[in-house]
Ligand binder design. Structure first.
Ligand SMILES: NC(=O)c1ccc[n+]([C@@H]2O[C@H](COP(=O)([O-])OP(=O)(O)OC[C@H]3O[C@@H](n4cnc5c(N)ncnc54)[C@H](O)[C@@H]3O)[C@@H](O)[C@H]2O)c1
Length: 273
């Protein structure tokens, strides 16, 4: 299957976790991929992994909060591969600092990477998309934008990203550009390592909150991103696609507290597929 043959994709934060899987999957379906990540080593590794399996990719070490670096990386990717028609705004950072102890530079960093970075990257690639009258931007959001799960600066940034998604979708739809958001729940990536180092059973325990019985994998997010980036989603823009195992649909542990385990279907029907 080659849904993205001849297309050029730029994936921010493409060196690790979800971004890395998205970059690999886009390349596997024919896209030339610019792996843009602040960490040069992981960006290079991710690009090498793609080229090593016959795909086309190149690493661009870039801090998405740096306007000059973003513009230069987008221009370099376009010069090397052609017009960037797919942008995945995936880079983000989050800390577990208690809200009353969050320092202003930390607030600015979290909002800067997730929100300002998406602004800068979108601004950098939109002229090319509009000139070719074709483009798809997929923003990686979070359940944190829709309900409180801590990480206040990060959550506020993700809420801003949801707004930016709608604004750009409405403004640029007539120009052939679609803009959508994937609202991700807990996904096992290196971003969880610091918590798992302290508490290896954490994600198994967290699974009880998920109606589908497990936390997510990077491929769960990549499946949605590739759909939204593809022509299969040609009439979809400005939407928020929840990829959260049902987390935001209701409160399963509360229902089990009220009704007990028998409220669920018999064992065997309880696990997610
Ligand atoms: N893992 C989860 O549970 C989860 C849940 C919901 C949403 N998300 C979202 O998914 C996306 C990817 O998260 P992940 O878990 O794969 O994280 P990760 O930490 O594994 O990867 C993030 C990548 O972004 C890069 N990055 C950080 N700052 C950057 C900057 N200024 N410029 C360029 N690159 C930068 C990092 O170097 C890293 O490679 C993020 O937007 C995150 O908010 C993750």
């Amino acid at each position: 299957m080659s849904r993205f043959s001849g297309q050029v994709a730029l994936v921010t934060g493409g060196g690790s976790g979800i971004g890395r899987v998205i970059a690999r999957r886009l390349a596997a379906e024919g896209a030339a991929v610019a792996v843009a990540d602040i960490d040069p080593a992981t960006a290079r590794d991710a690009a090498a992994e793609i080229t090593g399996s016959g795909g086309t990719a190149r690493a661009w070490p870039v801090d998405v909060t740096d306007p000059g670096a973003v513009a230069a990386a987008a221009a370099a990717a376009a010069a090397e591969f052609g017009t960037v028609g797919l942008l995945v705004n995936n880079a983000a950072v989050a800390s577990d600092t208690r809200f009353e102890e969050v320092a202003l530079p930390d607030w600015e960093r979290e909002v800067g990477v997730a929100l300002t970075g998406a602004f800068l990257c979108s601004r950098a690639v939109l002229p090319g998309m509009l000139a070719s009258r074709r483009g798809a931007i997929v923003n990686i959001g979070s359940v944190n934008a829709l309900a409180s799960f801590g990480n206040e600066p990060y959550s506020a940034a993700k809420a801003g990203l949801a707004s930016l998604t709608r604004s750009l979708a409405v403004r640029y739809g007539r120009g052939g550009v679609r803009v959508n958001l994937v609202v991700a729940g807990t996904i096992r990536t290196p971003a969880w390592n610091h918590r798992l180092d302290r508490d290896p059973g954490l994600l198994e325990r967290v699974s009880k909150w998920y109606p589908l019985g497990r936390t997510g994998l990077p491929d769960d997010v990549a499946n949605a991103v590739l759909f939204l980036a593809s022509d299969d989603a040609a009439w979809i823009t400005g939407t928020e696609l929840r990829v959260d195992g049902g987390l935001l649909a209701g409160n399963l542990p509360m229902m089990l507290d009220i009704h007990g385990q028998d409220w669920l279907p018999p064992a065997g029907g309880r696990e997610g597929c």
